[in-house]
Every structure is written in C-alpha cells, then in structure tokens.
Ligand binder design. Sequence first.
Ligand code: GDP
Ligand code: MG
Length: 439
Amino acid sequence: LADRLQNTIQRIKGKGKVTEQDVKEMTREVRLALLEADVNFKVVKDFVKRVKERAVGQEVMESLTPGQQVIKVVKEELTNLMGGDESKIAVAKRPPTVIMMVGLQGAGKTTTTGKLANHLRKKHNRKPMLVAADVYRPAAINQLQTLGKQLDLPVYAKGTDANPVDIANEAIAEAKENHYDYVIIDTAGRLHIDGELMGELQQIKDNVQPDEIFLVVDAMTGQDAVNVAESFDEQLEVSGVVLTKLDGDTRGGAALSIKAVTGKPIKFAGMGEKLDQLEAFHPERMASRILGMGDVLTLIEKAQDNVDEKRAKELEEKMRSASFTFDDFLEQMGQVRNMGPLDELLDMIPGANKMKGLKNAQIDEKQISHVEAIIQSMTKKERQEPSLMNASRKRRIAKGSGTSVSEVNRLLKQFEEMKKMMKQMSNMQKGKKGKGMNF
Ligand code: GDP
Ligand code: MG
C-alpha cells in the first residue's frame, strides 16, 4: 500500500496549484491502492468520496500549499477511518476486572493473553491472573502455563474435562481472594465460526459478565479478518479488537476496514511473537506509517522503554551537536538490540524504507558482533574522529577485528547515514512533543 501511495504523494506534494483533474487522478490512485491492500470495497468508496469532497473544497484550493493540504486531508481521513485513540482498558468498580479473549484458532489469543498481562503489569502496575478456558486441547493449556511461567504470573487451569464456564467462575473467585486485579480469560477458537463455539462463548459471557471482550484477529488474513470481526461482534458484542501479526502485514487492509465495518476500535496491535511485542494502537500513527511518513512517536516510546533516560538525553544532545562517536554507537547498539529487529525499527523512521542500501544491510546477530569487533579494533582517537580513517588504518582495523576492509568501509558509511538519520529524528521529535499518552 505504502509504495503506491507514496508515489502519488510525491507527485502531488509540491504542487502550487491543485486542479480538479489532479484530485481526480490522485483519488483514483488512492482508491486502487486501498483496493489492492484488500480494504473493504464499501469502505474504499466512502473514503474516496470524503477525500474528494474535501480536496476540491475551499480548505485546499485556497490554501497556500494545496499539494500538502491534500495529503493532510488524506491522512486525516485515514486516521478517522481507523477511529480515535481508544486503547484504554476498563477498570471494574470492584476488582477483579475481567477480560475475555475471543477469536478464531491461530489468531493469537493465547499469545495476546500473555502479552496483555505483561502490559498490564509493566505499564500499569497491575496484578493479572491468566485463565486457561480453552479446554479442548491439552496443548492449549500447556501453552498458557508456559507463558505464565515466563512471566511469573499465575495461570488458573484444570483438566480437559472441566467446563469452561466453571473454570472462569472459579478463577475469578480465586483472583478475588488473592487480590489479583485483572483476570484474563483465554478461550477456545475454531478454524471457522460455528454455532457451537459461539454458544460456548455466549455462555461464558453471560456467566462471568466480562468488563471487556477483546476480539483477536490476524491482520494477515486481510478482508477475512474483517468478516470474522463482523460476525463475532454481531453475536458477542465485543468491546475492542486486537490486531495481531501486524508485523507481517504489509498491506494494512484489515487495520483500515475493521473500525469502519464493525464500529469497534482496534485497541492493540501485535507486532511479533515475543511477549513485549504488543503496542497500543494509534490510528494517526498507523496512517502515517501507511503513507510512508514514518512512525517516530512509536519509535521514541520504544526507545524510552529500553534506554536509560538520562543517557538517552545525553546521546540526543550529542546527535544534535553532531559529536556522536563510535563509542556512543557501540553503546547505542546494545540498546537498540533490546528494542527489536532492526528492519522493524527502520519501518518507523520517515523515509527509511526509501533508503534501499540501509534496508538491505539488515543486521543479523553475526553482523552485529562483526561491527562490535571492528569498533573495538579502532583506537580511541579513531572512534572519536572517523574522518581520520585512511587506507592503512582500515587495513589494520580489518585485520585486528578479523573482518575485511570492505566491511570496515560499510560500517563507516552506515555510521554516517545513521548520524544523518538521528539528526532528522531529533528534529522531528522536537516538533512533536507534548502529546499526552494513555494506554
Ligand atoms: P490462538 O490459537 O488464537 O491462541 O493463537 P496463538 O496465540 O497460539 O498464536 C498462533 C501463532 O501466531 C503462534 O505461533 C504465535 O507465536 C503467532 N503470533 C501471535 N501473535 C503474533 C504477532 O503479533 N506477530 C507474529 N509474527 N506472530 C504472532
Ligand atoms: Mg490458544
């Protein structure tokens, strides 16, 4: 989706005057891009209509920068399509707050149950308890117990012959007794929606009266995810959606249609298999990501989660004053490694997906240790002043680190690019400060 839209955007951005013909062409491209991304047909139609109306309206035509104004309209409408920032989680008047996870098999319910518990504890100091109410497969119970062990959180489970409604009720009673303030119920799924499954979920719902019902859907299934969301919502009235596997979804179609079709907000996004890879879903940031404007805010939050705040400030200062050295780079690398896969981070940096060289230079673990070896083979002076580097120094460093001169060259080049990018980022960050955050 991003590529096609970005080309269109580049073309229209600089225009001093936007004609109706321009708008027509642009909306046609946007329409095609959305349909290609597997966005619901009706959603696309309404979207294009709204963009068209606004784009040929006064706000654009009479503005000083009509090209940019049109893009602003597209971005705003994309944001509206995905709803407001609503990633709040209910808090019951009397604890525990009960959250029920529902969805098809393989959507990511069990994983998300673990992620959500981790999120509640880490970000909100809550004491969650997990409940294994998917009793049909022993493996499903084990899976949740394993997650509970990893997180060091209690999992309420019984044998495969127990009744899910009883399990849920008993778990809630136990949570009350032991002062757990959240109970997250992992339920069974099927490959397809069927009456029996819905009947069971309905029963659990009626009995435990959950404060939230989160529907977990797999973003990679595109239009199917939207259909699934629609029927689950019809039958269970879910309170929010968790979109998983957004890390593998290049098209963004499901994210764009779910709110529009079901009226239910996407509250969280799963960005990988690991337990800390759950993010609050922010429509505006997603819209920026889709339009290739990058997602600097999420990147900064990730950095804040992983980086010592004081050191981060010092480093930021260094970046701005361009006195960032290889020693800082070495330190930074350790921290970046904690943030997640590099290609994922690059996707969040505006324009980084355009920098082919950078993207292809995907850094794997082996490469990282090479990089570390190279930097460690530099003298103190060379680390501070890479401009000193000449052919004989490079040969010495390559030899000392057990790498090659071309690897050393590559690192020097990447270092320069990274410096440039960081500078760009810190400039953007300055412009975007002061936005309040909740969940
Ligand atoms: P369930 O059947 O709905 O409980 O699904 P599971 O939680 O067992 O997940 C099914 C598979 O999807 C597992 O291999 C998970 O690791 C994987 N998965 C879940 N969420 C994500 C995500 O956000 N990103 C990626 N890449 N994989 C995920
Ligand atoms: Mg499961």
